[in-house]
Design a protein around this ligand. Structure first.
Ligand code: NAP
Ligand code: G4F
Length: 385
């Protein structure tokens, strides 16, 4: 018999990659999805199995991290060997708008899972992974950050996750649970939520080169993040639960990059050089050079005329909008994952350029589809943030 895993947040970026990874390892994977007025399972559609077939390996349950009884019932029904608690209101900026909900889901939600495992008498059977975050370091006391760096969260999200971190440690120490915190630095992918900065950038660049959008409006260009690929990072979650003893681990690439540089690299991947000028909210970026051969190779010959015309008419492609600034910002995150590399034998396979290339290639395909639909005379959605 293979192992049984329960993933909260299975419809999210990490949940989808982790479910796929565990299914390949022979697990039966149960996931918790929220009720929504629209289908919300796009990211796991390729794993979905008709509920009418017998012996399914991938099973979804309706649930919510704010509902203790629901969580207790699901855990009792599933009797999981491993729980991956990935569900969260995960957007830092939005947490300033809905702080109480964020605390309830991200903070108390973790307690609800730990307590359910304890009350159901599963402390010796069920191992728990808690999705902790580099946002805990916030106004970082040192660079790079390790497992020993003091926490100083800078958002309602960070503060809620601080509670979740410590309640996980407390249940481990008080009740002997195999519960581990993965302190993961930012990780991205082609299925990253569209309102996180990397995906917002790769989508916008794809739209700009295809003539579907004029400008990328952006917030703080100077903040720095240690960006990795989500595919690499979910492997670390699994490895933590295969250890004899529970522990807490920093998972990071060890390279930090400015938002400004991420934008520059994304345009560059398609043969476009941009230059930033101006300061603070007056800062803009303009196209200064086009490598036509590379542009054609990556984007397609049919879009060359359009981009040439665009550059001569108006080369400004990035503008700052202070509405995207946060009341308190995390300026720099850079992780030192030596402990994970040594004890878990974990290391990332993707570097930043490969991550960007993966994301922009996928967004180009998506936006080309959109472009074709529009040419066919149909409307497409305008998602703005
Ligand atoms: P994500 O794409 O935003 O996914 C979050 C998941 O949580 C979604 O499935 C979402 O459901 C679900 N969810 C939200 N509120 C819920 C609730 N009240 N009850 C049940 N489910 C709920 O986030 P992610 O990037 O995959 O991140 C996974 C976890 O790692 C999160 O806890 C995040 O805070 C943490 N983390 C992420 C990063 C990163 O860089 N990605 C770094 C460190 C830590 P819907 O699909 O219905 O919205
Ligand atoms: O992409 P972001 O929204 O990610 P952030 O705030 O670092 O949080 C992500 O990583 C955390 C791990 O450290 C996770 F715990 C969390 O769940 C989430 O996955 O913003 C990154 C940086 C910030 O400094 C932000 O101010 O980009 C800056 N930024 C600049 N312009 C922007 C924008 N961020 C967003 N979302 N949108 C902008 O227009």
């Amino acid at each position: 018999m293979g192992k049984i895993a329960l993933i909260s947040g299975v419809t999210g970026q990490d949940g989808a990659y982790l479910a796929e990874f565990l299914l390949k390892k022979g697990y039966t994977v149960h996931g918790i999805k929220r009720r929504s007025s629209l289908f919300n399972t796009d990211r796991v559609d390729h794993l979905y199995q008709d509920p009418h077939i017998e012996n399914r390996e991938f099973i979804l349950h309706y649930g919510d991290l704010t509902d203790s009884m629901n969580l207790t019932r699901i855990i009792n029904d599933v009797q999981p060997d491993e729980i991956y608690n990935l569900a969260a209101m995960s957007h830092v900026k939005v947490s300033f708008d809905i702080p109480e909900y964020t605390a309830n889901t991200d903070g108390l939600g973790t307690l609800r899972i730990l307590e359910a495992v304890r009350l159901l008498g599963l402390t010796q059977k069920t191992k728990i992974y808690q999705a902790s975050t580099s946002e805990l370091f916030g106004a970082a006391r040192e660079v790079p950050q390790t497992e020993n760096t003091p926490f100083y969260p800078r958002s309602p999200y960070g503060v809620a996750k601080l509670y979740a971190y410590w309640i996980t440690v407390n249940y481990r120490e008080a009740y002997g649970l195999h519960a581990s915190n993965g302190i993961l630095f930012n990780h991205e992918s082609p299925i990253r939520g569209e309102t996180f900065v990397t995906r917002k950038i790769t989508r916008a660049v794809a739209r700009i080169v295809l003539g579907l959008q004029d400008v990328l409006f952006i917030g703080n260009l100077s903040s720095k993040r240690d960006w990795g690929h989500a595919k690499d990072f979910v492997k670390a979650m699994y490895l933590m639960l295969q250890q004899e003893k529970p522990d807490d681990y920093v998972i990071a690439t060890g390279v930090t990059t400015e938002v400004r540089e991420f934008i520059r690299k994304t345009f560059k991947a398609l043969g476009i050089d941009i230059e930033f000028t101006g300061k603070n909210e007056e800062e803009i970026a303009v196209i200064v050079n086009l490598n036509e051969e590379l542009f054609i190779e990556k984007t397609g010959k049919e879009f060359l005329k359009k981009i040439r015309k665009r550059i001569s008419a108006n080369p400004v492609v990035v503008k700052v909008d202070i509405n995207y600034y946060r009341p308190t910002e995390v300026d720099i995150l850079l992780g030192d994952s030596s402990k994970a590399r040594k004890k878990l034998s974990w290391k990332p396979e993707y570097n930043l350029d490969e991550l960007i290339y993966d994301m922009i290639s996928s967004d180009l395909i998506l936006m080309k589809k959109e472009s074709h639909i529009r040419k066919g005379g149909y409307n497409t959605f305008n998602y703005f943030e």
